[in-house]
Design a protein around this ligand. Structure first.
Ligand SMILES: [Zn+2]
Length: 257
């Protein structure tokens, strides 16, 4: 495969001007300043879908979903109704762009915290249409397989046995492509566990979405400094046993027993 199809080109001149409010708390938040937001496609309550003002990636269409009007909140803290509305809205907009057919692939993901790769602290998600890169070529089905934590009807919550990067990854697979209440609850619990109950202090995570013929899949990954074995050799690591982590999760969330 040619190099052009595997790499995204990042515009350093735009990247340089992008505001940063995760580390630098003095930066005034552009997403709180709703009156001056530009390129809004749609609003649903406090959820705002808009064009990314800093399109750093060549040959892409970069869009954002501002999750709510509360700057220092997080997806794991939203009332169930708002969280489900947000995930449903996000999936709807992501699939809408994907079904348009003018992109090689469309990404839907979110960053949270200093090690997540994000720059703005105000909770938001990203939808990015890629004109040339097909991310699906980097994805294998076993990245979504895992030890079952809990299951409700068509929705499965598991702990990766073959994580993409390592070493802890949560997968939520929904066979229902239209209703995302259960999926949202599992996503919220995975994030709550990572930020507040994890055996290692963790302030950062990513949430990624994927679509297969059968399912919509969410992957929640706690972020630490990345392992050199992954960076240099693409070798993911997995804990020698996963059961104790599952026991911890069920202790924190007895309703999952
Ligand atoms: Zn804000």
């Amino acid at each position: 495969m040619s190099k052009e199809n595997r790499h995204l080109i990042f515009d350093l001149s735009i990247g340089k001007t992008k505001p940063e409010s995760i580390v630098n708390k003095e930066t005034s938040c552009p997403f709180c300043d709703v009156e001056n937001l530009e390129g809004i496609f749609e609003k649903r309550g406090s959820i705002i879908y808009l064009q990314n003002k800093y399109p750093t990636l060549y040959n892409t269409d970069q869009r954002l979903i501002i999750e709510s009007d509360i700057c220092d909140s997080d997806l794991s803290q939203y009332p169930k109704g708002h969280a489900t509305e947000l995930i449903t809205f996000g999936i709807e907009k992501w699939l809408e762009l994907k079904r348009r057919g003018d992109f090689a692939s469309v990404l839907f993901y979110k960053n949270h915290g200093p090690l997540s790769g994000g720059t703005i602290a105000h909770p938001h998600m990203q939808i990015v249409g890629l004109k040339e890169v097909r991310y699906e070529e980097n994805i294998r089905q076993d990245m979504f397989e895992g030890l079952l934590i809990h299951k409700i009807e068509e929705v499965e919550f598991n702990l990766s046995t073959h994580p993409k990067m390592g070493f802890i990854e949560f997968n939520i697979l929904s066979g229902n492509k239209h209703s995302f209440g259960e999926m949202t609850e599992y996503i919220q619990r995975a994030i709550d566990f990572i930020l507040n109950h994890f055996p290692f202090n963790c302030r950062s995570y990513n949430l990624f979405f994927y679509e297969t013929d059968e399912s919509i899949i969410a992957k929640v990954i706690p972020r630490f400094v990345a392992s050199p074995l992954y960076i240099g050799y693409t070798i993911p690591q997995v804990p020698h046993e996963l059961e104790p982590m599952i026991e911890m999760i069920k202790t924190v969330f007895p309703e999952l027993k």
